[in-house]
Design a protein around this ligand. Structure first.
Ligand code: HEM
Length: 396
């Protein structure tokens, strides 16, 4: 059973290939010279708009070079040595504040936490980051989009509305966050992404879209996963007991199972290049990778792929299925996302968080992922569920 809204089926007659087996999906995502990014409305963004395209919608050798230089900011070692203490402090401050208030909205708390942490690594946290989460959130108030249609399911008026709605938050992000950060980093370079981009000769508007990419690709997805994972844990006493009694590595394995089963980005899209070698689909085809189905492929995950089971014997990189993508665009922030989720969830659970109000689930068509909203927990000693009304849990 699922309560998650699903994206629309591709319209008949379009050249769309749906891929739901993990092995096939991996080959498409790894065929880096044979496909290009077709998600996140990448194909609507004119090639000449930026001298350097934002990482998420770029392809080819420059994209790979860009990634190579960025991975160091997100390596497990860098996160442990340079960022773990900040993540723990941020989580503990936010949870202490929530405990003092007696309750909190998890979706708000998770957004604040993921934005503060990512802003630190990107270099946006220059003291003026109050309200940054609101500016990023505003960017998502967009007309719905259908990535499988040539017109993306939008009329001209929808596109004009989308541009108008994006411009305000983009301008605010520039003036309030990115410009002060660029000035600060020009005066005193630091070991962060903005300093790195400046050293590479990026111009302010290219840095702006790069920051927006981290905002949307990173902070927003992490927020949704934190909400979903906490909901699953607090709703299931056995799972919660398992989490509470485990050491961090086992907790991370548990969270990997949860993100496999509830991927925050449920569809990935690629366009097969005209001269495609090594891709089983015809040139021009839009490949729609169904992450949720690929992540429950019994061939890859065993006979009961829908169960939460940390003993599947899979290597760490394979446990999350395709929830962090694969190949040329694989998420560089996957370790960070799981680390901060583990730290924040543990702090909330240790503080005795219990469900006071079940979340409402929505669906974001741009990201192709769930939205967890109005999820309220309050704090007592037992944790889990405050009372036991007859209700529907987060089962799928
Ligand atoms: C639970 C949280 C997260 C999820 C589920 C997630 C998921 C994804 C997925 C599926 C992709 C690949 C998209 C594609 O192949 O078309 C991606 C790319 C990306 N993610 Fe994440 N992400 C998360 C957190 C983060 C964080 C915390 C950051 C950094 C602050 C981040 C930064 C990025 C970037 C920069 C890309 C683009 C990489 C490229 O195109 O080469 N993500 N993410």
């Amino acid at each position: 059973m699922t309560r998650q809204p699903r994206p629309p089926e591709p319209p008949e007659g379009q050249c769309v290939a749906r891929v739901a087996r993990l092995g096939e999906a991996r080959s498409v995502l790894r065929a880096k010279d044979a496909t290009t990014q077709a998600g996140f409305t990448a194909e609507r963004i004119p090639q000449g708009l930026f001298a350097r395209r934002p990482i998420l919608i770029d392809d080819g050798p420059e994209h790979l070079e860009h990634r190579k230089q960025l991975v160091r900011f997100f390596s497990p070692r860098t996160l442990e040595e340079r960022h773990r203490a900040f993540i723990e402090r941020t989580a503990s401050d936010l949870v202490a504040e929530a405990v003092r208030a007696g309750r909190c909205r998890v979706d708000e708390l998770a957004l604040t936490c993921s934005v503060r942490v990512a802003a630190q690594i990107v270099g946006l946290a220059t003291g003026s980051d109050r309200g940054l989460e609101r500016r990023l959130e505003a960017f998502f108030r967009q007309p719905p989009v259908d990535h499988t249609r040539a017109d993306h399911g939008r009329t001209r008026a929808d596109w004009a509305r989308a541009a108008r709605r994006a411009l305000g938050p983009l301008a605010a992000l520039y003036w309030r966050d990115v410009r002060p950060a660029i000035r600060a980093r020009r005066a005193r370079p630091a070991d962060d992404i903005i300093s790195h981009l400046l050293a590479q000769g990026y111009r302010p508007r290219e840095i702006l879209v790069e920051c927006l990419t981290y905002g949307t690709a990173g902070m927003v997805t992490t927020r949704e996963f934190i909400g979903m994972a906490l909901w699953r844990l607090l709703d299931d006493p056995e799972l919660l007991a398992h989490y509470r009694s485990s050491e961090p590595p086992e907790r991370l394995a548990l969270l990997s199972e949860l993100i496999r089963l509830d991927p925050p980005v449920a569809h990935l899209y690629r366009r097969v290049r005209a001269t495609a070698d090594g891709c089983p689909h015809a040139p021009g085809t839009l490949v729609d990778v169904d992450v949720r189905r690929a992540n429950t492929d019994p061939e890859a995950f065993g006979p009961d792929p829908g169960a939460v089971d940390t003993r599947r014997g899979l290597p760490a990189g394979a446990r999350t299925g395709l929830s962090f993508g694969d190949g040329a665009h694989r998420c560089p922030g996957s370790h960070l996302a799981l680390l901060e989720t583990e730290v924040l969830l543990t702090a909330l659970i240790d503080a005795g968080a219990a469900i006071e109000h079940e979340p409402d689930l929505g669906f974001d068509t741009l990201v192709q992922g769930y939205r967890v909203r109005d999820f309220v927990v309050s704090f007592g000693t037992a944790g889990g569920r405050r009372d036991e009304p007859a209700r529907e849990g987060p089962g799928r």
